[in-house]
Design a protein around this ligand. Structure first.
Ligand code: FE
Ligand code: CA
Length: 498
């Protein structure tokens, strides 16, 4: 025991019982904030996690959901046991709620009350609706501050879709503007501590408390560029225990349903939801079920790199999948044919961004071109209306036309893509994106030099997109400006400047 810890323990033991009690009451129990997610017409998920070193194995937590911010009209209430085996997280699932309504919620435990969060249910399946949605991804703590979250929390949004890289597993360079606590993540306790650090940020807490979120993960919630069961270095031994630890900590810290709780190294994540008659939102998982990247540096490992088609015939192998066979089939059979919009919330850039002389990046959809063409051919064959692919991962605002054949300049545009830039993670050099655009005319916009998020307003006639960017990423109070504006008209695939 370190001297300071020993002194603290000694003081605690020596103190009379009422002082010990007072000390426990002072410890903040809701230091990680509150969150909600997965809105359905009649229910949703409320989340919090209790904090403190002195928590008993089980703590009863009361939750309340009200029609008003003052909690004078209670819509639902209940109690859940926060359990140390799940990091004292709470995942409450109120049901029987009214569709298309805003609610306020809070938790109580150990004599303390949480802050109040705001959330809402989805519109009824047959109701006319509009939607205000933001996408965000890649919030690397030690790369900058969260002015983007601060700004997002002030927007009047119905829904936030977080598209991956909620945490990063790396240790920090001592020169970083703010530091990760601890080193490279390998154990459950290390992953938990990293989530607790990220969730301590007040701007991120405000964004979670503002509206419900949809969650999908990418690689850094586990380790860089892992692929299914393949670790990304030959040194990283067995992937299963790492995935089990990382997936458990992910579930513990997100507003996910109890039915999604991981079993060992597997966690059910992909799913879909309807937003009235307006949109179907498909949430994809491009990490857990994928085949390994083509032509890795070492056998049996994963990891993205640039490879030329001529050097890597496996790139075009039609049996390789980014979603896995079961999820591909589930997506192909689940498009909505009677709503104007099908939004695809997934992790990475779908449009081709590679160049013949420089090669293709094997970790993204460019590394799984046959699977990409299968998906887009289904969209064409079934005449799926309003497909808009939303993504992250590449730390750049990218707007693109999606085609089944990117080599054919006259191939029809089948869908639209908006890939949002990172909240804080560094982008790659802009000149690389300028070259990618020159060789890929379907890329209408590509800016890696700014951090931010993208916000969308949808109705039955049009989707309007605003690409937002932080002025000063090292300033938590920075202003945010509009980098560009696009629109997609219902019934006419492809984005245009607005
Ligand atoms: Fe990232
Ligand atoms: Ca990523």
């Amino acid at each position: 025991m370190r001297r300071r810890d020993w002194l603290r323990t000694a003081t605690l033991l020596a103190a009379p019982p009422f002082i010990r009690h007072a000390r426990a009451a002072d410890e903040p129990r809701f230091a990680l904030g509150v969150a909600s997610g997965q809105p359905r017409p009649d229910g949703l998920v409320l989340w919090t996690r209790l904090t403190g070193d002195d928590l008993p194995p089980q703590v009863p937590v009361q939750w309340e959901l009200a029609h008003d911010e003052a909690f004078t009209r209670i819509a639902a209430r209940g109690s859940e046991d926060a359990d140390s085996r799940w990091a004292h997280s709470v995942h409450a699932e109120p049901s029987g709620l009214a569709p298309g309504r805003w609610y306020w919620y809070r938790f109580r435990a150990l004599g303390q009350q949480s802050r109040v969060g705001r959330t809402r249910t989805a519109p009824a399946a047959d109701a006319a609706a509009s939607l205000r949605l933001a996408i965000a991804s890649c919030q690397r703590w030690d790369h900058g501050h969260y002015a983007a979250w601060r700004h997002l929390a002030t927007q009047d949004l119905d829904l936030v879709a977080f598209l991956g890289d909620y945490i990063y597993e790396y240790p920090s360079s001592p020169m970083a503007p703010r530091l990760h606590k601890g080193g490279l993540l390998r154990s459950l306790d290390q992953y938990r501590a990293r989530y607790a650090q990220y969730r301590s940020d007040p701007a991120l807490q405000d964004a979670h408390a503002a509206c419900p979120w949809l969650m999908v993960w990418d690689d850094h919630e586990v380790e860089n560029d892992y692929a299914g069961t393949h670790p990304s270095t030959p040194l990283g031994a067995d992937m299963a225990p790492l995935r089990a630890a990382a997936y458990q900590a992910y579930w513990e810290h997100q507003p996910l349903a109890r039915a999604q709780r991981p079993r060992g190294a597997d966690m059910p994540l992909f799913g879909r939801m309807d937003w009235g008659r307006l949109a179907r939102i498909h949430q994809l998982d491009t990490r857990q079920h994928r085949d390994g990247q083509a032509c890795p540096s070492w056998p049996r490992t994963s990891g993205g790199r640039l490879v030329r088609e001529a050097d890597c015939p496996a790139l075009d192998d039609p049996s390789r999948s980014l979603l896995g066979a079961a999820q591909e089939r589930w997506l192909a059979e689940g498009w909505s044919l009677d709503r104007p919009w099908n939004l695809v919330a997934q992790q990475t850039l779908m449009a081709r961004a590679g160049l013949p002389d420089q090669g293709r990046w094997t970790d993204g959809w460019d590394g799984y071109p046959a699977a990409r063409a299968r998906l887009l051919r289904t969209v064409a064959e079934r005449r799926v209306p309003g497909v808009v692919v939303l993504g992250g991962d590449v730390h750049a605002h990218v707007v693109a036309e999606l085609k089944a054949d990117f080599d054919d300049a006259r191939a029809p545009v089948l869908a639209s893509e908006f890939c949002g830039t990172s909240i804080s993670s560094h982008g790659r050099a802009q000149r690389g994106w300028d070259a990618a655009r020159a060789g890929n005319p379907h890329l209408l916009h590509a800016r890696s030099d700014q951090r931010g998020f993208a916000a969308f307003t949808l109705d039955a006639r049009q989707l309007q997109a605003r690409l937002l960017a932080v002025d000063e990423p090292l300033d938590a109070a920075s202003a945010v400006h509009e980098q560009a504006r696009f629109a997609v008209d219902a019934g006419r695939p492809g984005p245009h400047r607005a």
